[in-house]
Design a binder for this molecule. Structure first.
Ligand SMILES: [Zn+2]
Length: 389
């Protein structure tokens, strides 16, 4: 074996141990050896390095062993650092700070005054600066390990924004502003991709997972064989622009009758504002539940929702399909009604459910992405921690 091979194997073993400990939360050295198949000497040497690097910590477990000694268990050292996730939405942004164990430390939402990318970046950096100083003191020695940014548009494989329909950002390198300000790696991705990634990490670790985000537009995040599926140049999942009415309303994308003009949260609110002009947003949504929910606008909305879902299901045959929409998240009982409208014999899936992460999903996914890149692991599973987010 040459030195290159040995170094590579050592690195792979280290990542395997990190992944295993993240997934199981606490393990002893012998449990790590048993679960990974690595011999005890290798585990022992690698664990010592990970302890020296402040990525693992040791604790004494509560129970006493048969020989009368309390076993030493290992955990990820959550306190050793943190990552930041940012979701840049229309005129506002959400952000999340989470520690090395993925526990959310801080979350907030702030308005944005500008639309030009450099100014938007400056606004966000100014708000984050004092918080990052504060958390650098509390979470050391690694401090801020990375930043993830979600944008509502197309992002290419080179970490660049290709296009955002609302702000009209084209060929922009947003990461550079954050890397200059905070001197850490910054990773950019599409909001639907980061939302499905958050669901995978925090709620549903399965190999193929699909998440439809229905907010101002509609996006589809696809996890295929544990990885985000992006297509040829990052455009995969632009499902909001799937045509469902061939002579329908004009969309900004250039086509007529795109799904998001009928089934996004924005489309629902717009429709209700036109039929119930004298009511508030909240009252309009409530009116849909009058007469036991037998409301024509409710029926129309769920019909359009089901048409799009029918197409997604027929293309992908998903095991699980998560819907993330403010309206549906607040009314998970409507899933049964939507399913009642999926009548094709080819509509095969195991479960459709609403998101438990809601509008925080993208920022959480962005923070998790930064953590995953920092650790260098191929899988990140925080579902077993049962965090209340
Ligand atoms: Zn369109």
């Amino acid at each position: 074996m040459n030195t290159g091979d040995a170094t590579y194997i050592k690195k792979m073993n280290r990542l395997i141990l990190i992944e295993e400990l993240i997934q199981h939360m606490t393990l002893s050295r012998s449990e790590l050896s048993r679960k990974t198949g690595l011999n005890k000497a290798t585990v022992s040497a690698q664990v010592q390095e990970l302890l020296d690097d402040d990525l693992f910590i040791e604790k004494v477990a509560g129970e006493t062993t048969s020989r009368g000694r309390k076993p030493i268990i290992l955990e990820i050292n959550g306190q050793a650092g943190y990552s930041v996730g940012i979701d840049i939405d229309e005129k506002k942004f959400f952000f999340i700070f989470s520690d090395l164990k993925g526990r959310v430390l801080h979350r907030d939402e702030k308005p944005l005054e500008n639309t030009q990318l450099s100014l938007v970046s400056s606004e966000i950096i100014e708000i984050l600066q004092p918080l990052i100083q504060k958390y650098n003191d509390l979470y050391s020695p690694h401090c801020l390990v990375g930043i993830g940014i979600g944008v509502h548009g197309i992002v290419n494989r080179k970490n660049e924004i290709v296009y955002t329909p609302k702000e009209k950002w084209t060929k922009e390198n947003i990461a550079q502003y954050f890397e200059e300000a905070f001197n850490v790696d910054t990773h950019v991705d599409n909001n639907a991709n980061l939302s499905v990634f958050a669901e995978q990490v925090y709620s549903e670790y399965i190999s193929d997972l699909f998440c439809v985000t229905l907010y101002t537009g509609i996006g589809l995040g696809i996890i295929k064989n544990h990885e985000i599926y992006r297509g040829f140049q990052g455009f995969a999942g632009e499902i909001g622009h799937m045509i469902i009415e061939t002579n329908g309303a004009q969309c900004t994308c250039g086509n007529l009758g795109c799904w998001e003009l009928y089934a996004s949260d924005k489309a629902l609110k717009k429709k209700l504002a036109s039929v119930y002009p004298l009511y508030s947003d909240h009252e309009r949504l409530q009116k849909m539940f009058d007469h036991g929910g037998e409301n024509q606008y409710m029926d129309e909305y769920l019909h359009y929702l089901a048409v799009g879902l029918n197409n997604i299901i027929n293309i992908f045959n998903p095991e699980k399909l998560i819907l993330n929409s403010p309206f549906l998240n607040a009314h998970p009982e409507l899933i049964t009604k939507v399913e009642g409208k999926l009548q094709s014999k080819f509509n095969n899936y195991k479960e459709i459910r609403v998101s438990i992460l809601g509008n925080k999903a993208c920022a959480i996914g962005a923070s998790a992405l930064a953590l995953k890149k920092f650790l260098g692991v191929s899988t990140l599973i925080h579902a077993n921690y049962h965090y209340h987010i």
